[in-house]
Design a protein around this ligand. Structure first.
Ligand SMILES: NC(=O)c1ccc[n+]([C@@H]2O[C@H](COP(=O)([O-])OP(=O)(O)OC[C@H]3O[C@@H](n4cnc5c(N)ncnc54)[C@H](O)[C@@H]3O)[C@@H](O)[C@H]2O)c1
Length: 372
């Protein structure tokens, strides 16, 4: 099977491409524009494999997409290319509208033309798998706001209520994919996943940002009170789940993917600090406080900063459809996955330096002018 993956140089896309090339017999065509978030170094370990090909292309370029389908003749498509950072979507939403909505529309149209001309066998095997987020559902009640012991979870039936330009653009793309299924019969699959973490994560997101700032003795910014809850999933568990859905999922269905790991942001930050205290103590790295004194625990770097505008309070996924229908469960617990992640960042400082050599230097994004 030839799998066309869009966004394969990004965080989740690269984990998926590494998984397909190293653990399955299939081949991959990776279509990526290489924005600041796309890094071919994340694919170094499989890049020379004969089953891997790369196309440096923007999914907003219709003609180039047509060329790729004609020349590579993929059997299935997995669509991950997107602008993915909420803070960036607040500062500059235009790219999110272009890539996430217009780009998805282009890809759907090119797929529809291509699929309609396939012979019967190939046509019945074709799939368009759209990779999306749980953020399309908006947020859930926070334990501090309700007395109920049983807090609700996002299911595949939860109505859409996106809060940020990012999640609204992803919700729009999900709607387009469903419409192409209903109207044209394109064989689609949609997955909505919770927050991912793991190796090769661009250091603008919470977990890598905290690890790298801590190792340099920089402040660890925590938005608001840090009590926002996210449901964390190790990225390699997500890659396996995506492959399961692609190969065993039912056409037209949506699957929620999550890790059963609800954690407050502040808990995540404190856990990273305690892992670092244990495996890379600040004394051994000669890290000092602002006052020039020995730092002690990395947790002394925690700084509470203004909350993100419109910040969702809680996300939590009911992933029971994935386990009952597709027999998928995450392998990593939050503790084992986080420990692997911290160790990976310690061992791969060169990757971290290379991906940050462009314009992004871990500065705060997504603040509205005039907000305090
Ligand atoms: N990161 C998460 O926690 C998470 C959770 C659930 C779902 N998702 C979804 O999974 C997908 C991948 O997320 P990620 O975290 O790997 O994102 P990422 O930002 O790390 O990577 C996105 C990739 O898409 C590429 N890209 C961006 N615009 C493009 C364009 N116009 N044409 C071609 N390529 C383009 C980038 O170069 C990059 O390689 C996204 O659709 C995202 O919405 C992410």
């Amino acid at each position: 099977m030839k799998v066309l993956v869009t966004g394969g140089a990004g965080f989740i896309g690269s984990a998926l491409v590494r998984y397909i090339i190293s653990s399955t017999p299939h081949s991959v065509v990776n279509v990526d524009k290489l924005t600041y978030a796309g890094n071919l170094e994340s694919l170094d370990c499989i890049a020379s494999d004969k089953r891997y090909a790369f196309e440096h292309v923007d999914i907003c370029n219709y003609k180039e997409l047509e060329r790729i389908f004609v020349s590579h003749k993929p059997d299935v498509v997995m669509h991950l290319a997107a602008e993915s950072h909420v803070d960036r979507s607040i500062t500059g939403p235009a790219e999110f509208i272009q890539t996430n909505i217009v780009g998805t529309y282009n890809l759907l149209e090119v797929c529809r033309q291509y699929w309609s001309q396939l012979d019967t066998d190939k046509k019945s095997l074709f799939r368009f798998h759209h990779i999306s987020t749980d953020e399309v559902y908006g947020d859930l009640p926070h334990p501090s706001e309700v007395n109920d012991e049983k807090l609700p979870l996002f299911t595949e039936e939860t109505p859409y209520a996106p809060s940020s330009p990012y999640s609204a653009s992803k919700a729009s793309s999900d709607h387009l994919v469903r419409a192409w299924m209903r109207t044209y019969g394109l064989p689609t699959l949609i997955t909505n996943c919770s927050n991912n973490y793991g190796p090769y994560h661009f250091p603008e997101k919470l977990i890598p940002l905290v690890i790298l700032n801590a190792l340099e003795g920089k402040e660890l910014p925590v938005y608001g009170k840090g009590d926002q809850i996210r449901d964390w999933l190790f990225v390699e568990d997500h890659a396996r789940a995506l492959y399961k859905v692609l190969t065993e999922g039912k056409i037209g269905e949506t699957y929620n993917i999550g890790g059963h790991n609800e954690k407050q942001n502040i808990e995540v930050v404190k856990t990273i600090c305690s892992i670092l205290d244990e495996i890379a103590p600040s004394e051994a790295r000669n890290i000092k406080s602002k006052e020039g004194k020995p730092l002690g625990s990395y947790s002394s770097l925690i700084k509470y900063v203004t909350d993100r505008p419109g910040h969702d309070r809680r996300y939590a996924i009911d992933a029971s459809k994935m386990s009952t229908e597709l027999n998928w469960q995450p392998v990593e617990t939050f503790e084992t996955g986080l420990r692997k992640t911290v160790q990976w960042y310690l061992d791969n400082q060169e990757w971290c330096e290379n991906v940050q050599s462009g314009s992004y230097q871990r500065e705060r994004l997504g603040e509205l002018k005039g907000s305090n």
